[in-house]
Write a protein that binds this ligand. Structure first.
Ligand code: GLA
Length: 376
């Protein structure tokens, strides 16, 4: 068939994200400290009059849909990220969105907790916004991308990933208040330390089911707290002393989740201050505390991630390390002295292989801009 593609297309580079600290805090209305990174999903988008639209992802295949018909949720996960975003934009823009073809490639590993899904969602949302001149604001694109995850993927995620992917800036961290969406950029100066991710290459099935369980446990905790203290609207705002005072009123696990959230929000604000003051070693100590909280109280770590964090404890050139993202697999994030990055990666690979017989994928990351669009 002769293609009816018209006009030149666009190329969208959409980054993954890291999070320095503030894990599982976004959906609790607290503060997080993410940044966009130099690993990206690339989308090539072009308008077409052909029906149906077609989306091809290198390695994952091709699927098609009719832009003018209601969508059904797909049994293939990655397709739902696309369908969810297109559905949200369609609804927002009333007939302005036309047919398009899209091809996707990526150097961002999937399932590694560095938000390949948000990179795809936000890259597509911003790309279509540009291609069809829809005039949707960044904030609305962030919301549409997040809702794609809620409504089409079934993951009740917070706003952190989408926000970082869209709003990220070169060499800056984003201190984001996830409730008001107010944010402040902070210089990401960790010199002489580098940010190293260790991708465990495991992704336990619990990721999305347990994630939603944590969301509802936090809702339960807040509900209990509000009976006595209706002044708190978000769990992250509740001081540790108040959580402690209501310990007996909550099931043990619910109490532990609340305690972690309260402590982690405080840690994140402290961390931002330390980084700004150049007190990187003290920040590193907070990373270990976060890991402990995530593994013992929030229970979203796994043996592979614990092993990778533990092995750094006796390496003086590593000043902080923790699991990153939703958990149950994916990556750890560590601050490693520049001249020890390669030996660290080699050592971690060797020890991990010996322990789990799984190949580890270390990634040295730089902090980069959010979604960028160029003409094809
Ligand atoms: C996933 C979610 C985010 C956030 C993190 C944990 O990446 O998509 O919204 O909750 O987990 O901090």
């Amino acid at each position: 068939m002769i293609s009816k593609d018209y006009e030149s297309g666009i190329i969208v580079k959409s980054p993954g994200r890291i999070n320095l600290i503030g894990e599982h805090i976004d959906y609790n209305g607290g503060h997080v400290l993410p940044a966009a990174i130099d690993r990206k999903v690339t989308l090539k988008l072009r308008k077409t009059e052909n029906i149906p639209c077609s989306v091809t992802s290198k390695g994952l295949g091709t699927f098609t849909f009719d832009i003018n018909k209601p969508f059904k949720i797909s049994s293939t996960q990655w397709e739902n990220y696309v369908l969810g975003v297109v559905d949200g934009l369609r609804e927002k823009c009333n007939g302005k969105l036309g047919g398009f073809n899209c091809s996707i490639s990526s150097d961002l590993p999937i399932g590694a907790g560095i938000s390949s899904s948000a990179a795809l969602e936000c890259g597509l949302a911003k790309g279509l916004n540009t291609l069809f001149d829809l005039g949707v604001s960044d904030m609305d694109l962030i919301k549409i991308s997040r809702m794609a995850e809620h409504n089409f993927v079934g993951n009740k995620c917070g706003v952190m990933d989408q926000f970082a992917v869209v709003m990220g800036q070169y060499k800056k961290l984003i201190l984001l208040n996830c409730e008001s969406l107010e944010y402040r950029l902070i210089d990401a100066d960790f010199s002489p330390y580098k940010i190293v991710l260790l991708n465990s290459n495991v992704s336990h099935n619990l990721v999305s089911s347990e994630y939603n369980v944590r969301v509802s446990e936090c809702e339960k905790a807040l509900g209990t707290i509000q009976k006595k203290h209706p002044e708190y609207t978000f769990l992250a705002d509740v001081p540790e002393t108040v959580v402690e005072s209501l310990k007996e009123k909550m099931p043990k696990k619910v109490y532990q989740r609340a305690l972690y959230v309260s402590q982690e929000n405080t840690r994140t604000l402290k961390a931002a201050e330390l980084i700004q003051n150049g007190e990187i070693h003290k920040f590193g100590e907070l990373m270990y505390k976060t890991h402990q909280g995530l593994s013992k109280y929030y229970e979203v770590s796994c043996p592979e991630l614990n092993f990778l964090v533990d092995l750094t404890q006796n390496i003086p050139q590593v000043i902080g390390s923790r699991m990153m993202g939703g958990g149950f697999g994916g990556c750890t994030i560590s601050l490693v002295k520049e001249d020890f990055v390669n030996p660290f990666m080699d050592l971690a690979k060797k020890m991990y292989k010996k322990k789990f017989n799984i190949a580890l994928s270390p990634i040295l990351v730089e902090i980069s801009n959010g979604v960028e669009i160029t003409n094809q």
